[in-house]
Design a binder for this molecule. Structure first.
Ligand code: AAL
Length: 369
């Protein structure tokens, strides 16, 4: 039998995207005021907004050691347990000043009495909106997690929260037994049967697209790792009601959401989980995403600097921003920037010297990007 004319890998490579516009490395850099601090967790920063020449960000903030799931139902389980949403500002993108708590937990017994965390922000029609995760006590392995919304007349609040979540998990799986074990199920249900996480609001085609990460009852683990996927729920009005797209899930991978408008479509950066992690993707209709680039190391939980005008180059949606580092006991926030030096060298033939640009060490001053 003759040798195969070409290998399977060669055949696969024929379908890989050739456009380099979506490829980049990323650099991270320390920022003051939101960095490492013993006793304090800061994580999951929102997008960065520019308001009157000043940067604004919202993020999860909590204090104290974490104990994991144990006997004491009131003990802090994770860094995002017993959290609040805080607000910080900066005039240069490097030195940040904590302005204090933007939104605290709800009253005991309310849907958000245990934690409010992982915010994203949208400025629209003169109002500011936070979408974020909510958790009601007790916090157990099988606890559902939902998404709520709050609005304010300005970045400094006061924030008025929704009376109930705007999106809840589908809860359409079936647990096996009474043990508090999130993997023992009779049936898993939908990709978002247990938790809806990492919300981000994108005004698109005259409606509001709420993208989010789903976590499943009896979550699986495949060759790509955890089976976390993104869905989208769509509303005519920013405060809802939100209805899930029948096409959900709209990704087969990814963890924290990071999406931005590009041209007439929606661009996405997926990280951390799934066979398509660490990719840039684009959906011309906001639903059907295709891979545009495979990137080495996206920033984790990226909150990009939101630009007022429509972006032209694909990477303009993630050129700068804030992200987090959770590799230490105390989670903290740092800056990130897209780095196209390697690509510039290979695609323009510039010598390494001329292609070399100084390492990115700060967000651009507000107003100049
Ligand atoms: C984050 C997000 C969600 C998870 C936890 C806090 O990166 O994916 O918010 O619940 O981790």
């Amino acid at each position: 039998m003759g040798q195969p004319v070409e290998s399977a890998a060669t055949r696969r490579a024929r379908n890989y995207p050739a456009d380099t516009a979506w490829f980049c490395d990323f650099q991270t850099f320390p920022v003051e005021g939101l960095g490492p601090e013993v006793g304090v967790h800061r994580r999951d920063p929102s997008s960065v907004l520019t308001v009157d020449g000043r940067y604004h960000v919202w993020y999860t903030r909590s204090t104290g050691e974490t104990d994991g799931f144990g006997e004491d139902p009131m003990a802090k389980v994770f860094p995002w347990d017993w959290s609040e949403i805080w607000h910080a500002t900066s005039d240069d993108g490097v030195v940040w000043v904590e302005q204090g708590r933007a939104l605290g937990r709800g009253e005991p017994g309310s849907y958000d009495d245990r934690s409010v965390f992982t915010p994203e922000v949208l400025e629209h029609d003169g109002w500011f909106y936070l979408v974020y995760q909510v958790l009601r006590s007790p916090y157990r392995l099988r606890s559902p997690e939902s998404i709520a919304i709050a609005k304010a007349p300005g970045p400094d609040g006061p924030w008025e929260r929704s009376t109930r979540p705007i999106l809840e998990p589908q809860a359409d799986g079936e647990w096996a037994g009474q043990e508090d074990n999130r993997l023992s199920v009779v049936s898993r249900g939908s990709f978002d049967s247990l938790k809806v996480h990492d919300p981000i609001l994108v005004p698109y085609r005259g409606r509001f697209y709420l993208y989010y990460k789903g976590e499943q009852m009896g979550e699986g683990f495949t060759a790509g790792g955890r089976t976390t996927r993104w869905g989208v729920a769509i509303a005519d009005h920013v405060e809802g009601p939100y209805r899930r797209s029948p096409a959900n899930p709209v990704t087969n991978s990814g963890h924290e959401t990071c999406l931005w408008k590009h041209g007439d479509g929606i661009a996405a950066m997926l990280s951390t989980d799934g066979p398509e992690r660490n990719t840039m993707q684009f959906a011309p209709d906001g639903i059907n995403f295709e891979i545009m680039a495979y990137i080495p190391a996206p920033p984790v939980a990226a909150g990009p600097l939101r630009r007022d005008e429509p972006v032209d180059a694909p990477l303009d949606g993630v050129r700068w921003g804030l992200c987090h580092d959770v590799s230490n006991t105390w989670n903290y926030i740092l800056g990130f920037a897209a780095d196209e030096r390697q690509k510039t060298f290979y695609t323009s033939g510039q010598s390494p010297e001329t292609a070399h640009v100084p390492a990115v060490t700060a967000l651009p001053p507000p107003g100049r990007r």
